[in-house]
Design a protein around this ligand. Structure first.
Ligand code: LLP
Length: 423
């Protein structure tokens, strides 16, 4: 569901015209709709509503990597969301936003000793162990600290999926998880360790997935592992299905709905008596945010016209690294009669890769006009950088007819304050 609509010709986020935000906060700025975040969480909850053969509730652990803003996390925390985290930084953010440790999952292949010790000390819902070496370390740390850690083994199901090679994680040649045979062996070993509480298996095969078949194939691997582990006397209480469900970016057929996804998952796990966790990131945050930008100038070239925006690849890097499509909507709605034309959309960074689109057909924009890149709430602000000594974009959260600056712009003075010139 989308809370970014035109009202009287002005693009709004909920009850706030984006022009007002641009005037008060400046551009580029990410603008988020609280109602959309809350709605998307509810959509998953409703889709996964418990039923007798599949007792709930499901843990919806929002993938913090998609949008780590504290106000966003707090919005989700208040509605009961958990967090999927991949670093001590993300765990600290989740805790600060009010997500309790027993709703936090810790994933990732590069967890350091310091991070694992921290996770042990807090006592998380689950640590998703991704290798034998990680299990060795965790056993040693848990024994030394005299703590007991809830763990799952992340399986690599050898299934290809995802909107782009760079965001596909479930093939056997990827760096994530352990193959099914090793996963079973590691699980049985963990189940016997006095300082580990072996809870189940986890999987995550990729992102922006637009077809349920690879997900089903991966979930069947989890089901089989659960049955095999139980057959060998180990208890398995949980399975963690990861994230990955795609969102509509408005230029290709819509991906399956959360309802279809949940129906498929329930179908796979029905009767198995396990509780489910899911780790959606993009689906919760993607369409909850836009990147608001201003046209700096139009460059005329012999055979093309280029719109130079004040947002660059440092603010929204997805088109540069994944060839991702983000629709650009003018903040002032053009009249129906306005003839659309083809433009290249670029940022100010000194790289050809700083191109959001080539030959994009839209109603002409003029210098000073505001426009919004849609579906930018996931993997937008979190992937921004200060390349070219540019400020990090501001972030704004809207609720109803009010908005709050939830991250002020990180200026060049802020950046320089961290640096010193040795005498
Ligand atoms: N769980 C784990 C273990 C993950 O690695 C990820 C994403 C998720 C959950 C959430 O996946 P989602 O529901 O958002 O698809 N920067 C890329 C996306 C990278 C995703 C990495 N892992 C992009 O902008 O498309």
């Amino acid at each position: 569901m989308n809370h970014f609509e035109y009202v009287d010709g002005a693009l709004h986020c909920e009850g706030v015209p984006l022009e007002r935000i641009a005037a008060e906060v400046g551009t580029p700025a990410y603008v988020y709709s609280s109602a959309t975040f809350e709605r998307h969480l509810d959509v998953f909850r409703e889709a996964f509503a418990p039923e007798p053969a599949l007792p709930g509730p499901v843990l919806v652990a929002f993938a913090v990597k998609a949008n780590a803003n504290l106000a966003v996390l707090a919005t989700l925390a208040k509605k009961g969301a958990g967090a999927d985290t991949v670093s001590m930084g993300e765990i600290k953010r989740a805790l600060k936003a009010g997500i309790p440790p027993n709703r936090i999952i810790f994933s990732g292949i590069g967890k350091t000793e310091e991070e694992l010790a921290f996770a042990l000390e807090i006592g998380l819902h689950q640590i998703n162990v991704e290798s034998r070496a990680e299990l060795d370390l965790l056993e040693a740390l848990a024994t030394r600290a005299n703590r007991r850690a809830a763990i799952a083994i992340r399986v690599n199901p050898d299934v290809g999926a995802g909107g782009h090679d760079k965001i596909s994680t479930g093939k056997s040649d990827s760096k994530f998880g352990v193959g099914a045979a090793d996963a079973l062996a590691l699980y049985l070993r963990a189940a016997k360790h006095p300082n580990l509480d072996a809870k189940g298996f986890a999987v995550h095969i990729g992102s922006q997935i637009r077809n349920l078949d690879p997900l089903r194939a991966a979930f069947l691997v989890l089901r089989k592992l659960t049955e095999d582990a139980r057959a060998q006397g180990a208890s398995v209480e949980r399975v963690d299905l990861g994230g990955g469900l795609g969102v509509p970016y408005f230029h290709e057929p819509d991906p399956p709905s959360p309802a279809d996804y949940a129906a498929m998952a329930k179908d796979v796990f029905r009767g198995l008596s396990v509780s489910l966790a899911i780790e959606p990131g993009r689906l919760i945050a993607g369409n909850a945010g836009v990147l608001l930008t201003r046209v700096i100038r139009i460059q005329e070239r012999p055979n093309r016209r280029i719109i130079v925006l004040d947002a660059g690849m440092n603010d929204l890097i997805r088109p540069a690294i994944y060839d991702a499509f983000h629709e650009l909507r003018p903040v002032r709605q053009p009249s129906r009669e306005t003839e659309r034309e083809a433009f290249d959309l670029v940022g100010p960074i000194c790289e050809t890769g700083d191109t959001f689109a080539r030959g994009r057909v839209l109603a002409p924009l003029a210098p000073g006009d505001f426009a919004a890149f849609m579906t930018a709430g996931a993997y937008g602000a979190v992937m921004s950088s200060t390349y070219n000594a540019r400020p990090l974009p501001a972030e704004v959260l809207v609720r109803g007819d009010k908005f709050h600056l939830v991250r002020r712009r990180f200026t060049v003075e802020d950046q320089m304050a961290l640096e010193t010139i040795p005498s």
